[in-house]
Design a protein. Sequence first.
Length: 448
Amino acid sequence: MTSNALEWMSAKDAAAAIAAGRITSKELTEACLASIERQEETVGAWTFLRREHALMQAEMADDAHRAGRPQGPLHGVPVGVKDIFDTHDMPTEDGSPLHAGRTPRRDATAVARLRQAGAIIMGKTVTTEFAVYNPGKTANPHDPSRTPGGSSSGSAAAVAAGMVPLAIGSQTNGSVIRPASFCGIVGYKPSFGLISRHGALTLSRTLDHVGVFARSVEDAALIAECMIGFDPADPDTRPVAPPPLLAAAQSAPPVPPRLAFVPSPVWDQAEPETQAAFEELFEAVKEVPGVHIERLDLSERYAEAIELHRVIMETDLAVNLRAEYDAAPDQISPVLRAMIERGRREHGAFDYARAIASIPALNSLLEDILFAYDAIITPAAPGVAPPRATTGSPVFCTLWTHCGLPAVTIPLLQGERGLPIGVQLVSIRGDDARLLRTASWLAKLDLS
C-alpha cells in the first residue's frame, strides 16, 4: 500500500488492517510523518512532534501485536492531541509563553484512555493562546491565507491535511465545531460530562467540553467512545453506561429521520452564501422519500444565551487565569486580557448566578421542543474560513455549548472558491448515539 493511501486511510480501517496484520503501526506512522514533513512548513499544525518518539510508540504497538497481547480499538493508530491536554512524555504549553517548557508528570484522563485504547500519541497540536481567540501559527490546509479556526486549530488542520486520521480538542464556545467546519472535516462535541476534562486546561468548569476530529462520523464515534466514561477526578462525569456511539454511527436509522432546520437566533450573522446553501439543503432533504423535515424558528429568548454564555466564560476566565494575569499581564494578548478584565470588573455575582441558572431552564425548554426530532440542522459557522487575522465567529455554536448539548458538524456544503461550509447537527443532552446515527445517514445521503 502506498504512503499516500495509508495517510488517508480511515482510523477504523487502519485499526482493522493492523489487527489483521495487513499493515503495521510503524508503516502507518511513517506515512503520517511523511505527510507532516511535506506540509508542516505551510500548515503549521504542530507545536511538539518528535519523529523518533512517534516511531518508538509504533514499534512497541507492533511488538505487542506480534506477541499476541490484548489490543484496544485504536491499537497502532496515530492521534494528535491539542496542546492543552497534559502528556507525561511531552510538553504541554497551552499556547502561551507563560507556560513555555511546562512538562506534566501525568497524562490527562482523555490521553490516558487513548493510550489504553492503543493509540499512538503522535504529538501536540497547536492551540490558540490559552484555548481562547488569539490565533496561533496554523493555516487552513484548503487555503493557507485563511484561518483553520480556533481554538483547536492544529488538531483540525492536521486531520484535514492527512497528517493524522484522528485528533482531540476542546470546546468552551465553538472550538471544535467551528474549525472542523472551516477545515472540511467532521467535528464532534459530546454531551456535557461524557468525557473527562481532568488534566486539561480549565477555562470554565461549566462550559468546557472535550471534542474530537475525524474524516468520517464513524471515526469520530470510534475515538470518542474510547474516552467516554466516569472519572472521579472530573465531578461532572457520571457513573453511567457509555452510549454505543460506533455501533450507532454504523447503523441505519430504523425509520426515516425527523429533522428540523433551525436557522437559530443569529441567522442574520450568517453570510448570504451560507443562508442560500442551507435553504437549498432544506429543500433537497424535503425531497427525500419518507424523511420529515420542517423549519423551526426558536424564540428570541434563546438569543439571550449568547450574552449569558459570555458572562460565564469571562468570569471563569478571570478566575482560572488569575495567576497568569497577576504575574505577567503584558504577556497576554490584548483580546484575552480584555476578556479577563471584563470578568474581573463588569460581571457581578447576580449576573453570574443568573447565567448559571439559565442552563437547566433553557435545557428544559429545548428538550420539550427537540424531543420530537432525531436532530436539528443548523450552520456550524457564519460562512467559509475568514483570513488568518481572526479565528472566526463561534456564534452558531454558543447556544448549544451553553446548554451542553451534543453537536456534530459534517462537510456537506461549499462556498467561495469551493471552501467548505459545515452542517451542524444538534440533539438533546444525552442523545449522542442517535445524533451520530443521523449525522452518518445525512453524510451518506445522495442529495444531487
